[in-house]
Structure formats: structure tokens, C-alpha cells
Design a protein around this ligand. Structure first.
Ligand code: ZN
Ligand code: ZN
Length: 345
């Protein structure tokens, strides 16, 4: 099969490699679309924590967001058939340990992560093999194109679940990238009366508005804390921080309404992040971390199929897989507006 491999930092190769065979309990799928994610860039530069600590090594086939069709099933596969349209989890738990048995397969000590951790093969390729217990059949009427956003949507869904949004709450989402866009829509679905998005690109904020966000704040021009306070009469009860910037996390603590909750669904650089802890304590508030997307694919696939979660406006580019190098150049140039780029093997 054709696949993209990162051979070492900044070296991309598109070449023929052996097609994987499905092991016991696995299905082999032909990939229709693969989504490009910021973590794929970290893998390319070598900045990813798994590369630094040796849990992921070059060469590696990157990519973890995908949709496709089953072409072969391994031994003991009962629930799925050749021809089924599927997507899959990214964290693949062992299924046996205590964490897996409690449903926390994102924390399984034996886990592999598609396209990164422990070099589990990624989806920037023609085919991928995944365990049946981590595969999800696509609902009727949901396109393969839309389903390729299931993983970022599930990541946003898990964060929104952890936010435990009180009915009618006002929610601030920080970040206008894919996770922010998806979390904003899901917050409405999960009971927020009003969602405000803070971001840096007017065009992306406009997309969020077209998908139902009530108000937007461009933090290049406006003060997020002040503006969020005005819009919500005293601050949002829930803040979902998707930008990964330390200053955004600090602003979140300052903007939050007393007794509110912040969910951080991002990765912060550096060994430690400064949080104005006393402000959080004085506000009697909560700060919650959210890792990956456990148990969150089924609801988002349903929401997408029902039209409650609109992902088509977020797909700004569809490119052939072999053009990955150009895609990376385009991303780094930071001139063109992009939210989600899909690659077609
Ligand atoms: Zn991703
Ligand atoms: Zn496990």
C-alpha cells in the first residue's frame, strides 16, 4: 500500500510499504479520508512528548483521524462485516487491565495510540487494521467525509461531558480551531443557553457563528476577560480551554464566574504551567483536565447523523495524501484560513 512515513524530524516519505494483515479480533479497513491534526506536526518536528521520551520512534506512519470501509476481517470478528463503514478510537486499550475494564482505556498502561504512541500504525496510508472493540459503525446518512471528524468531535465531546454543563449555563470556549469549534457546538447540544468563542481569526470566528455560537471575541482586538464579563453579566459558568496557551488558562481563571468550572483540553508546553491558584480558590471554582476521547464516539456520530453537530463547514481543504508535504508548507505559512484538512489516500 501507499503510505506517508516520517523518517526522522522534518523528513516526509510517500512510498510503498506492506499492507497490514488483520490480527485476531481486528478488522482491516480501506481509508477514505484522514484528518490532519496539530499533533501530526509535533510528530514531524520531533517535539511530541512520546518522541522525546522514546515511546514513539522514527520511522512512523502518522495520522489518527479517519473513516473508511472494512475490506477484511480477522479471526473472531463477530460484530463487523466486509463493506461496513467505520471509524475508530485512537487510544487502543488492552481490554484486560483494571483501567480498560472501568472504561478508562485512554489510561490503559498497555495502550497503543494510532499514529503515535508505541508506533501503532497511523492512518496516512491506504489501509489500517484496528481492533473490533475500538471500531464504530457509521450511522446511515453520515458521509465518510463527515465521519473523518469523529475523533476530534469525540475529544471535544469528552471535554464537554467533563464540563457537566448546568442547564442554561453560559459557556466560553477559548480557541477557534477544530476542537474549539466542535466543543462550542456540543456545549449547545448539551444544554448551554449561550456559547461565546474567543479566538484569533475573524474567518474562523465567522464559521463558529454560522454554526450557532452567539458571540465571538477576537483576542487580538478585545480583552477576553472584560468582554466575556460584559457578555455574560459576571462571567461564564463554564470555560472550555482548547488553545493550550498558558496566558489563555490564566485569563480563563480570571474570567470565570465564582463556583464555575474550567476544562482544559489541550497540551501546555513547558515542565509546569502557571495557574492563579488563589483566584481559583477564592472563586470556589474547579479546574479539570480532559485526556483523549474515551466512550465518546457513539454520541458524536449520532449527533452528526442527526444534524445537531455540523462538521461540513469545518472541512476547509481536501487534498490527495501524496500532497502532504505541500499541506505542511501551507500550514506553516499561516496565510490561508484552515480549520480541518482532510487527506484522501
Ligand atoms: Zn487529532
Ligand atoms: Zn488496558
Amino acid at each position: 500500500m501507499k503510505a506517508i512515513r516520517f523518517m526522522k524530524p522534518e523528513v516526509i516519505e510517500y512510498s510503498d510499504i506492506p499492507t497490514p494483515a488483520p490480527k485476531r479480533g481486528e478488522v482491516l479497513a480501506e481509508i477514505a479520508y484522514a484528518g490532519f491534526c496539530a499533533t501530526d506536526i509535533e510528530l514531524l518536528t520531533g517535539e511530541m512528548v512520546h518522541i522525546k521520551n522514546g515511546n514513539t520512534t522514527y520511522p512512523i506512519i502518522p495520522g489518527h483521524e479517519w473513516s473508511g470501509r472494512i475490506v477484511q476481517v480477522g479471526e473472531d470478528v463477530r460484530e463487523l462485516r466486509v463493506g461496513d463503514r467505520i471509524t475508530s478510537d485512537v487510544s487502543l486499550g488492552c481490554g484486560e487491565c483494571g483501567e480498560c475494564r472501568r472504561g478508562h482505556y485512554n489510561l490503559c498502561p498497555n495502550r497503543e495510540v494510532i499514529g503515535s504512541y508505541r508506533n501503532r500504525q497511523g492512518v496516512f496510508a491506504q489501509y489500517v487494521a484496528v481492533p473490533q472493540r475500538h471500531a464504530y459503525k457509521l450511522p446511515e446518512g453520515l458521509s465518510l467525509e463527515e465521519a473523518a471528524l469523529a475523533e476530534p468531535a469525540a475529544t471535544a465531546m469528552y471535554a464537554v461531558t467533563k464540563a457537566r454543563i448546568p442547564a442554561g449555563a453560559q459557556v466560553l470556549v477559548i480557541g477557534d480551531g477544530p476542537i474549539g469549534q466542535l466543543a462550542a457546538q456540543l456545549a449547545s447540544v448539551e444544554g448551554a443557553s449561550r456559547v461565546i468563542m474567543a479566538g484569533s481569526w475573524d474567518e474562523k470566528l465567522a464559521v463558529a457563528k454560522s454554526c450557532g455560537v452567539s458571540e465571538t471575541i477576537n483576542y487580538h482586538r478585545e480583552d477576553v476577560i472584560e468582554r466575556a464579563g460584559e457578555l455574560t453579566d459576571g462571567g461564564p459558568e463554564i470555560i472550555i480551554e482548547t488553545s493550550g496557551s498558558n496566558s489563555a488558562l490564566t485569563s480563563a481563571v480570571q474570567a470565570l464566574k465564582p463556583t464555575g468550572r474550567i476544562v482544559a483540553v489541550s497540551w501546555y508546553n513547558g515542565p509546569a504551567v502557571d495557574v492563579p491558584m488563589n483566584t481559583l480558590i477564592v472563586k470556589d471554582a474547579e479546574l479539570v483536565g480532559s485526556l483523549a476521547s474515551p466512550n465518546s464516539f457513539e454520541p458524536v456520530l449520532r449527533y452528526m447523523a442527526e444534524g445537531k453537530l455540523k462538521v461540513k463547514p469545518l472541512i476547509t481543504h481536501i487534498r490527495p495524501l501524496e500532497e502532504l508535504e505541500d499541506v505542511v508548507k501551507m500550514i506553516r505559512a499561516k496565510k490561508e484560513m484552515r480549520i480541518k484538512i482532510l487527506l484522501r489516500p
